[in-house]
Design a binder for this molecule. Structure first.
Ligand SMILES: *[C@@H]1O[C@H](CO)[C@@H](O)[C@H](O)[C@H]1NC(C)=O
Ligand SMILES: *[C@@H]1O[C@H](CO)[C@@H](O)[C@H](O)[C@H]1NC(C)=O
Length: 381
């Protein structure tokens, strides 16, 4: 009996090794697209006049990396954390010299996101007299940049097919700037509401393009609860208490975000019918973030959820004329006790909480953890 029981345990060990091996190789690469929630250092390469945007100055990057990288946070952003969770290298910004010349492990992934980027092209908005003061790079520009890079990612048609099939694509978040820059251009909600369906459809169309190229797994994030952001709360203060929910967030702004998210889910449902073999994953960062806004203190955010850690003062420590990174702005001592980093963006600690609740399946549809089970959690600080 002894030999058979030891060969059985040998068999089990091999089986276990295969399972661990296959989950570790769940995705062989990760490709990200989006805006300032995702950009890891692309924006500076687009500044033709050599100017250095405020997120390239300390204290950006102080918690992780130890220096500014161009990420709009004190550390890693959600895409970085997803990459780490699946055992992949943190994807480099696509416009870095190294990525452009085929270096920096680009076969394991690349980050195409650009601060300020919108789902729809600048031409659409210019007709409405709406301008993005940060960038004109749209979602489609990023998708084209990915397409142009494919030849340096793989060697043969079958190699490229494998790469695309086994990669995780994270398309967004997109949409936030489509609305934010419209509001900042002086347009009100009655001008914006009618084009929200166009934005939602464009994002689904972007996912369709990736699937047509050969992608099998595409995460499509919602927009965040923008009405809880220090920036929005500062730009649109209201004397009417009814304009705020019981967490202190602006109801009309969160309604706008929820409307976008509803339409996006409808579009993704239609897309799943067109591509039954693709994993199209609605990624609900709105509600993943909302669970933090719901009870920040119980999660260790003693600084609260609404006030920015880093900024130029005011009730929410946000001042568009004195942004985080500018000389004269101040920063909290411990960013891990704040949800909001700089007015628009969240701290790494908030991103870690959000990422964990996406990857354990709670806020992804279908649930991420059943598609590709990995037991580890994103490391806490
Ligand atoms: C976007 O493009 C328009 C012209 O179409 C230009 O006037 C504007 O300066 C550009 N904005 C940025 C941020 O590059
Ligand atoms: C919104 O803007 C439009 C166009 O500028 C204007 O006609 C309308 O009165 C505005 N609505 C509100 C509620 O301010």
């Amino acid at each position: 009996m002894a030999p058979s029981s030891s060969s059985l345990s040998f068999f089990l060990i091999i089986l276990l090794a295969c399972i661990i091996g296959s989950t570790a190789a769940c995705y062989t690469a990760i490709f990200g697209f989006g805006d300032s929630l995702t950009d890891a250092g692309n924006l500076i390469h687009l500044e033709t006049d050599g100017s250095v945007p405020h997120m390239y100055y300390p204290p950006y990057g102080e918690t992780f990396f130890g220096h500014p990288t161009g990420r709009c946070s004190d550390g890693r952003v959600i895409l970085d954390l997803i990459a780490e969770y699946y055992g992949l290298a943190i994807p480099p910004p696509s416009l870095s010299r190294k990525a452009q010349t085929g270096g920096d492990n680009i076969q394991q992934g690349v980050n195409f996101a650009v601060v300020g980027s919108r789902a729809l092209p600048a031409e659409f908005y210019e007709k409405l007299d709406i301008y993005d003061t940060v960038t004109n790079v749209s979602m489609n520009d990023q998708l084209h940049a990915f397409q142009d890079m494919i030849p340096s990612l793989c060697n043969s048609p079958s190699d490229c097919k494998n790469l695309l099939e086994n990669s995780l694509f994270v398309l967004g978040e997109f949409g936030g700037n489509d609305y934010t820059h419209s509001l900042l251009s002086g347009k009100n909600i009655s001008v914006i509401q009618p084009f929200i369906p166009i934005v939602a459809r464009a994002i689904a169309e972007g996912a369709h393009k990736l699937i047509e190229l050969g992608a099998r797994t595409v995460m499509v994030p919602s927009v965040l609860p923008l009405g809880c952001a220090a920036s929005y709360l500062t730009y649109y203060p209201s004397p009417n208490i009814e304009d705020y929910d019981d967490l202190g967030c602006l109801i009309w702004v969160n309604n706008m975000a929820s409307y976008h998210n509803q339409l996006l889910q409808k579009e993704l449902n239609l897309l799943r019918e067109r591509h039954p073999y693709a994993n199209i994953i609605y990624t609900d960062i709105f509600n993943a973030a909302m669970q933090i806004y719901d009870g920040p203190e119980t999660l260790g955010f003693s600084g609260g959820a609404l006030k920015a850690c880093c900024g130029g003062g005011g009730p929410y420590n946000f001042n568009p004329d004195l942004q985080c990174g500018n000389v004269g702005a101040t920063s909290c001592l411990d960013p891990s006790t704040f949800v909001n980093w700089d007015g628009y963006h969240l701290t790494e600690t908030a991103y870690i909480l959000i990422t964990n609740s996406l990857l354990d399946g709670s806020y992804t549809y279908p649930r991420m953890n059943t598609l590709c089970p990995v037991n580890a959690k994103v490391a806490q600080l």
